[in-house]
Design a protein around this ligand. Structure first.
Ligand code: SF4
Ligand code: ZN
Length: 339
């Protein structure tokens, strides 16, 4: 049995890089120190904030909500609201909502659940079926990611949030980094920093990732030790996501060569600095979607483009040339003729 390097009690965690072992009490202290250091290092929060915590109901986001709730008890100017996006995935979301409600009620945190159905008129399950019928080339996770990011920003703003905290941990970040290298998406890599959404667009809510330097196994242990660990339910669309293969590969590398994940993170941070020097990437001005008015990389946002291609949004006819320039496949008869 391994004992805690600090007090000699049985250890619950061993940091394979430093070789230090921690008992429950000292692991929680180590975790707290590490997250607080990340928050300070990247200047994530000010003295007065309404922090909207994006919660999926999974272990990481429940841990983040629990952690920030307790941290906020020591910061008088902070208010916390939990936000869950209900995509409408049968057999999956209902279960995670139960865990979400259990934890928010236990902590006494205000919360909001915003659904795809309520905002877009359709659940993700319905959207995936419509996309298949129309032979659109997108995977379920593409719709899910775009619509979820769109709603997180919009609803966080509607709730009066000043900052949106997401539970991406170090593992998530380096997986996304590798996925974007494979896809040659350098414009997305530049946005993988610990603080994003910093733009002058009045509708953009700044996003922070307090678990940016925390390993997934550490957030998992935090959730177990705090009795937050949810019932395991896997999203039925997960097997279609390349992320799971990359996750397995990176875990295998970490097992053989401890420290691989931190090396990848350091590589990402250096690459972001280089990319910031490339004008076309760094000065990508945030535009306003001509249809919905939300912040967007192009004249029309990705969420509106998907809705047009799915046939659930009729674009005004004056926008057609712009959509054609963006390569949007406009379904026949879908143009709104009203002036
Ligand atoms: Fe959405 Fe894909 Fe995650 Fe399922 S696996 S919740 S579809 S991003
Ligand atoms: Zn839009």
């Amino acid at each position: 049995m391994v004992n805690c390097s600090i007090c000699g009690r049985p250890a619950v965690y061993v940091n394979r890089i430093s070789g230090k072992a921690y008992c429950k009490k000292h692991f929680l202290e180590y975790f707290d120190k590490k997250v607080r250091r990340t928050i300070r290092k990247y200047k994530m929060f000010g003295k007065k904030e309404h922090i909207i915590v994006a919660v999926s109901g999974g272990k990481d986001s429940l841990s983040l909500l629990h952690y920030l709730h307790h941290l906020a008890e020591r910061v008088p100017g902070w208010r916390i609201t939990a936000l869950l996006i209900d995509e409408g995935i049968k057999g999956y979301r209902e279960e995670t909502i139960k865990d979400f409600k259990r934890v928010t009620e236990q902590l006494g945190v205000e919360y909001k659940i915003a659904g795809f159905k309520e905002y877009f008129g359709y659940t993700l399950d319905e959207i995936v079926l419509m996309g298949k019928e129309r032979k659109l080339p997108y995977q379920p996770c593409s719709y899910c990611g775009v619509f979820r990011r769109y709603l997180l920003n919009r609803v966080a703003r509607e709730l009066g949030g000043t900052v949106l905290a997401t539970a991406h941990n170090l593992d998530d970040i380096v997986q996304t980094y590798v996925m974007n290298i494979i896809n040659n998406s350098w414009d997305k890599i530049i946005r993988l920093g610990p603080v994003s959404g910093v733009s002058n667009h009045p509708k953009f809510i700044r996003r922070v990732k307090p678990f940016y330097e925390i390993l997934e196994k550490e957030t998992t242990l935090y959730s177990i030790l705090n009795n937050l660990y949810p019932k395991f339910v896997e999203c039925p669309y997960a097997p279609f996501n390349i992320r799971w293969t990359i996750r397995r590969m990176i875990n295998e590398l970490e097992e053989k060569y401890p420290g691989t994940k931190y090396s990848l993170l350091r590589s990402l941070l250096s690459i972001i600095e280089y990319l910031k020097k490339i004008p076309e990437l760094s000065k990508g001005e945030v535009k306003t979607c001509m249809i919905c008015g939300e912040p967007s990389a192009h004249e029309v946002c990705r969420a509106c483009i998907y809705r047009i291609e799915l046939g659930i949004l009729k674009p005004p006819k004056e926008i057609i040339p712009i959509l054609e320039k963006l390569g949007v496949k406009i379904p026949s008869g879908a143009v709104d003729q009203t002036d």
